[in-house]
Design a protein around this ligand. Structure first.
Ligand SMILES: [Zn+2]
Length: 197
């Protein structure tokens, strides 16, 4: 069992203040959240930098990912070290995810840049049902969408500054390696919660 924050922006997103080193230091210091997905806007440069820094520690794990601004709304891809090929339509990003064994997730569907109910059209792996920047009602709508689509729900802080890191998390029945975490998310072996302590 691991606990993860599956949606984080580093300074490689133009709107985030989080340095890769700060993220790694916070992860090392945290008592129970030891896994973090780096999901910058349309960039994977922050992943490389963070993974390199995290390599010095055996008890933390960085999942490389990206938050793609698709033509239909924001989509997270977890388990990629490259950007999907353009054009960034929801269909093509989903296909890219499947082709490399990554996990595709509809980010905050009921907020600005979210897909809303149009997410139903795409064969994504999961829906982000607990986003640290979304209202309770928007998260509840996302939960209902995931349930009605029969898809797993994920959680991520969507942090853009250090104080926002880890405020929500996903408890995942997985080991501390990327393959195990991605497999568990696809299987739905996870639950989401607001972080306490
Ligand atoms: Zn985001």
């Amino acid at each position: 069992m691991i606990q993860a924050d599956l949606h984080i922006h580093t300074v490689y997103s133009s709107d985030s203040l989080i340095q890769p080193k700060s993220l790694v230091d916070m992860l090392v210091a945290h008592s129970f959240i030891k896994v973090a997905a780096v999901t910058d806007h349309d960039s994977v440069r922050g992943c490389r930098a963070t993974v390199e820094l995290a390599a010095a520690y055996t008890d933390i794990l960085i999942i490389s990912g990206v938050e793609v601004s698709t033509t239909g709304g924001d989509m997270l891809v977890l388990g990629t070290e490259e950007l999907p090929p353009k054009p960034w339509t929801p269909e093509s990003v989903v296909d890219y995810g499947k082709s490399i064994g990554a996990v595709t997730i509809v980010a905050h569907p009921f907020r600005e840049y979210g897909m809303g109910d149009l997410a139903r059209k795409y064969s994504v792996d999961a829906i982000e049902v607990l986003n640290g920047n979304s209202s309770t009602s928007a998260n509840n709508e996302a939960k209902a969408l995931a349930k009605s689509m029969g898809l797993p729900g994920t959680a991520g802080s969507d942090a853009h500054q250090v104080s926002e890191l880890f405020r929500v998390n996903a408890k995942i029945e997985a080991n501390l390696n990327v393959e195990s975490v991605l497999k568990a998310i696809k299987k739905g072996s996870l639950s989401t919660q607001v972080s306490k302590g």
